[in-house]
Design a protein around this ligand. Structure first.
Ligand code: G6Q
Length: 545
């Protein structure tokens, strides 16, 4: 069979390149002047989210050409293959079915000929029953005290999603439950997250797909020792530890009763696992009903993604626009700027989601790609970011496309309702300033001394998307997360990379094991690394002794 044509050899790619060259000097000022309704036309809405993509350096032709590229790269069959449960994670020979986890319609989804939906719903029911017990104070610790604090121990995909969603949905959370997260193997994290807790009232969730991750296992062992030092009986583990994992044998080996284990499956990738039992701390915080609303939001966006023509499909549009700057304008990074303090961990969550998925340089045929793949994803909530790094967005030499995410309705707390106009004014003003800047003549018209004019001029033409929903609810959060998950999928298909493996994480894990043995060795080990690594190991050994 002849090799699949490379992305950059496709006529659709060449057409985009020519189009990009023609459009390179176009300014958003001109594009808006030419079309007075551009800001209403280049918008679309789904699942409660309004997307305004008019402040991008593109025309109707750009979108037509980008959609043609998506079609040439087989985006439609790729979407169908994911939802159908094909083993699209080919390097690990696995299906990719986070969409089944929130398939609220419960239509059958087959993996190896078996419907996975009954298993998914059974785990959700068990999570809900457990959650109700804990929240009602009926799940008692070993000494008979109800649980007051939940500590989730996990890292990466078993931490970032729950942390982000817990923060995002604080408004909906039970305020009498303390919910904490320990991820870092730096002992300081465990120390700070537990030093004010009482082991008799604390429940640990050990969340690890593999149950072999070094950081999580060390933190879990420390938690168990801390608990048993206070409670003095190994039987206490059953009341104070539950596990979320795919690896029952490892969970048992650790000493957790399988009756206290909530399972998931190898077709759920770590960074896509929030809707699985990995979401247990979120369910404990907000309750089962709200958790199901979160899943409903995910599901609504899944349906939108699977069923909507590309031209009006939110994840497809975000994916294509991102590719436009990444591959035709040399943009190296992409900023996520939520105007919501509750979404403070959203950029970090999708930093992993995006960079671990599309930070690849080998195409699906095993060849080195000849095009740019995933961008660096970063960001902080507004307005804080405005007083920190936005200077570079406005006047730096780099092109940084950015997504502004906000909510139109004010916070429910009457004391702060009046903040919202000021908050949203900033969001809107930033996108306006980035797009249209300020010309030298406009600066002069403000009677600015001539020497200062170049410094106070803003080129503008900095592209942004704006995403608005009415309010941050479990449903709108679910839809937003699914939107970005599918954006990543779209880009992975177009760049022809496997988005659902993460071999790049393995090398460091293996080497850390080797170095750990050398740090722990009683006798001076014969170090065979390079001179820098050897010297660092010797210095660390000296500190450890
Ligand atoms: C996510 C990655 C990675 C993983 C962690 C934790 O997609 O695979 O972040 O989630 O390494 O792994 P465990 O859940 O197996 O502990």
């Amino acid at each position: 069979m002849p090799d699949k044509p490379r992305l950059t050899d496709l006529p659709e790619w060449t057409a985009l390149q020519a189009h990009a060259n023609a459009l390179r000097s176009a300014s958003l000022r001109d594009l808006f002047a030419r079309d007075p309704v551009r800001g209403e036309r280049l918008t679309t809405e789904a699942c409660g989210w309004y997307l305004d993509y008019s402040k991008n350096r593109l025309t109707d032709d750009t979108l037509r050409l980008l959609v043609a590229l998506a079609q040439a790269q087989g985006l439609a069959p790729a979407i169908a293959a994911m939802f159908r449960g094909d083993a699209i994670n080919a390097t690990e020979n696995r299906a990719v079915l986070h969409t089944a986890l929130r398939n609220r319609a419960t239509t059958p989804v087959l993996v190896d000929g078996k419907d996975v939906m009954p298993g998914i719903n059974q785990v959700l029911d068990r999570m809900a029953a457990f959650t109700r017990q804990v929240r009602a104070g009926a799940w008692l610790g070993y000494t008979g005290k109800p649980i007051r604090a939940i500590v989730n121990i996990g890292i990466g995909g078993s931490d970032l999603g729950p942390v982000m969603a817990y923060e995002a949905l604080r408004l909906y959370s039970a305020r009498n439950l303390i919910v904490r997260f320990v991820s870092n193997v730096d002992g300081a994290h465990f120390h700070e997250q537990t030093q004010d807790l009482d082991p008799a009232e604390t429940l640990f969730i050990v969340a690890s797909k593999t149950f072999t991750t070094q950081e999580t296992m060390l933190n879990a062992a420390t938690a168990r020792a801390w608990c048993l030092r206070a409670l003095q009986d190994p039987a206490a583990v059953a009341r104070h530890f539950v596990a979320v994992s795919t690896a029952e044998a490892e969970v048992v080996k650790f000493g957790i009763d399988p009756a206290n284990m909530f399972g998931f499956w190898d077709w759920v990738g770590g960074r896509y696992s929030l809707c699985s039992a990995i979401g247990l701390p979120v369910m404990l915080a907000i309750g089962p009903e709200r958790f199901l609303e979160l899943l409903d939001g995910f599901h609504a966006m899944d349906r939108h993604f699977a069923e909507t023509p590309f031209e009006r499909n939110l994840p497809v549009l975000l994916g294509l626009i991102g590719l436009w700057y990444n591959n035709f304008f040399g943009a190296e990074t992409h900023a996520l700027l939520p105007y919501s303090q509750y979404l403070s961990r959203f950029p970090a969550y999708f930093q992993q989601g995006d960079m671990e998925s599309n930070g690849k340089s080998t195409d699906k045929q095993g060849r080195r790609v000849a095009w740019q793949t995933g961008p660096v994803i970063w960001g902080e909530p507004g307005t804080n970011g405005q007083h920190a790094f936005y200077q570079l967005l406005h006047q730096g030499t780099k092109l940084i496309p950015a997504d502004f995410i906000g909510f139109t309705q004010p916070h429910a707390d009457p004391r702060v309702r009046s903040h919202h106009a000021a908050f949203m004014a900033n969001l809107v003003a930033q996108t306006e300033a980035l797009a249209f800047g300020k010309t030298a003549d406009e600066v002069r018209a403000e009677k600015t001394p001539e020497a200062l004019v170049p410094f106070k001029t803003f080129e503008g033409n900095r592209p942004t998307n704006t995403l608005l929903a009415e309010s941050l609810t479990p449903f709108s959060l679910g839809a937003l997360i699914a939107l970005y998950e599918h954006k990543i999928f779209v880009q992975g298909v177009l760049w022809d990379v496997y988005s659902f493996d993460q071999w790049g994480v393995q090398l460091g894990k293996v080497l850390a094991g080797k170095v750990l043995a050398e740090l722990d060795a009683k006798a001076e080990p014969a170090l065979k690394h390079d001179s820098s690594t050897n010297a660092l190991i010797r210095r660390c050994r000296a500190g450890l002794r």
